[in-house]
Write a protein that binds this ligand. Sequence first.
Ligand SMILES: C[S@@+](CC[C@H](N)C(=O)[O-])C[C@H]1O[C@@H](n2cnc3c(N)ncnc32)[C@H](O)[C@@H]1O
Length: 240
Amino acid sequence: MTSANRYSASWEGFWSTVSGASGEIFWDADPAHAAQQDLKLFHDHADSRLPLIDLGCGNGTQTRFLANHFARVIGTEISPAALDIARTKNAAANISYRILDVLCPDDAQSLHEEVGDANLYMRGVLHQLSPVDQATAIESIARLLGATGTLYLIELSSAAESYLTKLIKQNGQPLGLARVFQHGITPGRLDENDLAALFPPDRFSLLHTGNSYIHTVHTLPTGAVAQVPAFYAVLRKRIH
Ligand SMILES: C[S@@+](CC[C@H](N)C(=O)[O-])C[C@H]1O[C@@H](n2cnc3c(N)ncnc32)[C@H](O)[C@@H]1O
């Protein structure tokens, strides 16, 4: 089985068994606490005349929010079941959803030929991939950006593992995380220290980076929602 098929089977299993139970999609935060925080960090860097592609958009919760701020939004996924939910629950006149495996740079190239340069939003996708696959995903990203697109990514940071270990020790495993592991989804390794290796400065300009949080739907005993330490980066392709 190729690595692409491995991700596809695990994620399709995850998305096709979503029941609507509270907390079952760990990262499915209200966009007021997720995409809105992200938008503030990249909107001014991005040419809003370009389409925005939400790479690995899941059920489209953040995609629909982003569609309030960009004229044309395309949500892309490896999982047909995720797109079924997105099309049902998060449709808007300026959003289209489609299959795109980020590990297929030739398919990314075809999408670029169709829509031209694009801005990219990527939340919690790269760290799910193995290091070799991360490099392939970045090739797809480069093709989609073209000369003028801007990428915003937010991924778990080096502080995430200890945060999650402590959370599980103190409160037990959240339902949303248990479902991830049940479906054989295992995080690869990626944090803020890998940025320069993944996006080499001779190919990409790093416009902005810093610490952030991935907001979740898991309520802690304090009543607050778990926020997993993360980092963000705003990047563009360097034009020689
Ligand atoms: C942690 S979820 C984040 C979903 C969404 N970005 C959000 O913030 O709600 C990761 C998503 O990446 C998708 N994904 C995993 N591997 C992929 C691939 N090779 N190509 C495209 N999407 C992929 C999964 O199906 C899943 O929906």
